[in-house]
Write a protein that binds this ligand. Structure first.
Ligand code: NFA
Length: 102
């Protein structure tokens, strides 16, 4: 406690505020052209899924149109989505990801 504190006689301390960051989903979208095995490789590489998980998520995207690949703080979600799309473009595939508030 020093002389230049805010407030009155009462002792005030800042509360420890350890707010968890807002979370964002990386969604993968279906298309008609990207090969299934390429999508599985992407899910394994960028989202650290094993072959079984990656295959399940790929088939969910294929049949339902989109699925969640992972949930992260916003900067990580945006970076992962961009890395996946860049990697797909390098291989001439139209695979798309988008980021949504979780
Ligand atoms: N629909 C694609 C195909 O039939 C596979 C795919 C799955 C593409 C998931 C994008 C995402 N080759």
């Amino acid at each position: 406690e020093g002389p230049d504190r805010h407030g009155d006689a009462a002792v005030e301390e800042a509360k420890p505020r350890l707010k968890r960051p807002p979370m964002f989903k990386v969604m993968m979208l279906n298309d008609d052209y990207t090969p299934m095995d390429f999508v599985v490789e992407v899910l394994e590489t960028f989202f650290r899924m094993d072959r079984e998980q990656a295959t399940r998520v790929m088939l969910t995207v294929h049949t339902r149109g989109k699925a969640v690949c992972g949930v992260y703080p916003q900067d990580i979600a945006e970076t992962k989505a961009a890395l996946v799309v860049d990697y797909a473009r390098e291989h001439q595939h139209p695979l798309m990801c988008q980021v949504e508030r979780a």
